[in-house]
Design a binder for this molecule. Sequence first.
Ligand code: AKG
Ligand code: FE2
Length: 356
Amino acid sequence: MPHCASFLSSMAQPNRVQTLVDSGLAVVPPQYIQAPDHRAGGLRHDAAAAPPIAVPVIDLDPQSGDPILDIRRACKDWGVFQVINHGVPISLLEEMKRVGLAFFRSPTEAKLRYACDPRFPASEGYGSKMLSKDGGVLDWRDYFDHHTLPESRCNPNRWPDYPDNYRHVVGEYSNSMKALAQKLLRMISISLGLAPSYIEDVIGEVYQNITISYYPPCPQPELALGLQTHSDIGAISLLIQDDVGGLEVLKDGEWVLVQPLSDAIIVLLSDQTEIITNGEYASAEHRALVNAKQVRLSVATFYDPSKTRVISPAAELITDRSPQKYRSVVYGDYLSSWYGKGPEGKRNLDALLIHQ
Ligand SMILES: O=C(O)CCC(=O)C(=O)O
Ligand SMILES: [Fe+2]
């Protein structure tokens, strides 16, 4: 029975936002409508409304001076900054976005060959719903998640094989992001007076995931979010975005748009860095807005500890004036709680707070 067969195949293929949009949707389905106090009102493309404050841009070129002081200030005041002259070829940033977009522009059946397994959170591949819990508001986003490090979990055969150079580009991009994350974590450790390798030593063997996010145009952008408010879970995230704009970070209670800069890489401090630094540097709360007209694409590289690592505040940063703020946590436990409950701002980090 054709009717039955098509019903079964739609059951087997979880919805993607892009498929909904391609079906000619004029309104946002109820599962994607945010509660009124979570709504962003959509992306305001209003040239006159230049932000009164902007996310810091730090030049990493050693000829331009010592960036450690700038990094300290940006980590303390923002938890997010953009870096330029970072050593990663701009052509590689462009190529990474280009192959990602080509994958999302390919036919649905071709994309579904790489569908992630919806039974497991953060499973590799093409997906849309990130959290394992049911009933939460859904993000207006599709994604492709690649497991890139350690080598034992990296299998490029599970990545798209088109365009021809897709797998090669992701491999090169992974190497470049690893080198940049190591450089930044060393600078961040130094900026706190810790040994340069301090944060890397706590993290242990690195787990790196590269997630391409694809945000289709949204018929009612004022009602939905591309990605709900969250801070990233691991140690540090490196993000590139196209020129559409939509990433916002929370700064002193105000949402600030991260201005797209084609040669920059956005650095977001994540929750484990907040714990290790005993709250000296807080992880960045951020969200992604959608808009009615344009597709938006970003590529996030997450640099995270191994699941068995115990993450604790650095003893060197605990003093009488700054007592221990967080309990220690096994990273794998933190991860399970996050994927089970969802972010809701920073609730998973708040659960570790030691109340003085
Ligand atoms: O698309 C963006 O700008 C944000 C992506 C992000 O925050 C994430 O993947 O965790
Ligand atoms: Fe994020």
